[in-house]
Design a protein around this ligand. Structure first.
Ligand code: THU
Length: 126
């Protein structure tokens, strides 16, 4: 997952922030989908790396994230932004693992419950 995410990070379109991010999802079917951040001259339209990976997963007909890894190029560990936490939540369950990395590799692994406690999700709409 680290190699997939690092390769995705190489593709980042981040001419404004110059902050390159890569993500990789492993699904419950053991398939891998990666993504990079895609910025826009209209800054608010920026897509995070996690969102790109989720779109790639959904495009292939999968909706169950077993694990997701996110990596920047930072000495400090990179943590998914609030918006990405909610996007991950849509496709997560209690066992889903979120791996947070610094530039060298995984620094911390948490569950979506730890990352987004008392969250809103699809089951509320049933
Ligand atoms: N970014 C991500 O791709 N994922 C995150 O979880 C944090 C932030 C991107 C968005 C933007 O292109 C750049 O990092 C700086 O915020």
């Amino acid at each position: 997952m680290l190699d997939f995410a690092k390769n995705a990070r190489e593709k980042a379109h981040a001419p404004y922030s110059k902050f390159h991010v890569g993500a990789c999802i492993k699904t419950r079917n053991s398939n891998y989908y990666s993504g990079c951040n895609v910025e826009n001259a209209s800054y608010g339209l920026t897509q995070c790396a996690e969102g790109t990976a989720i779109c790639n997963m959904v495009l292939q007909g999968e909706t169950q994230i077993a694990e997701i890894l996110v990596i920047g190029n930072t000495i400090e560990m990179l943590s998914p932004c609030g918006s990405c936490r909610q996007k991950i939540r849509e496709f997560a369950n209690a066992d889903t693992l979120i791996h947070m990395c610094n530039k060298d590799g995984i620094k911390k692994t948490v569950t979506i419950i730890e990352l987004l406690p008392d969250s809103f999700g699809p089951e509320f709409l049933n």
